[in-house]
Design a protein around this ligand. Sequence first.
Ligand code: ZN
Length: 71
Amino acid sequence: MPRYEFRCRACGDTFEVNRPMAEAGRPATCPQGHADTVKLLSTVAVTGRGGSAPSGGIPSGGGCCGGSCGC
Ligand SMILES: [Zn+2]
């Protein structure tokens, strides 16, 4: 069963809800009882930022410099 992450706009808490995909768009209630919640994007979609791999095409992982210094 997919897991969805919600954030409560009343208390700022984030919580996860396991529910079938058919109910993914339904509002969730905060564990504190607040109904003003928003569904967050999946954690997979959030990792797009941070710039760990510049667009220069340098392979990541391996040596300290990608292998060009022989280390
Ligand atoms: Zn709340």
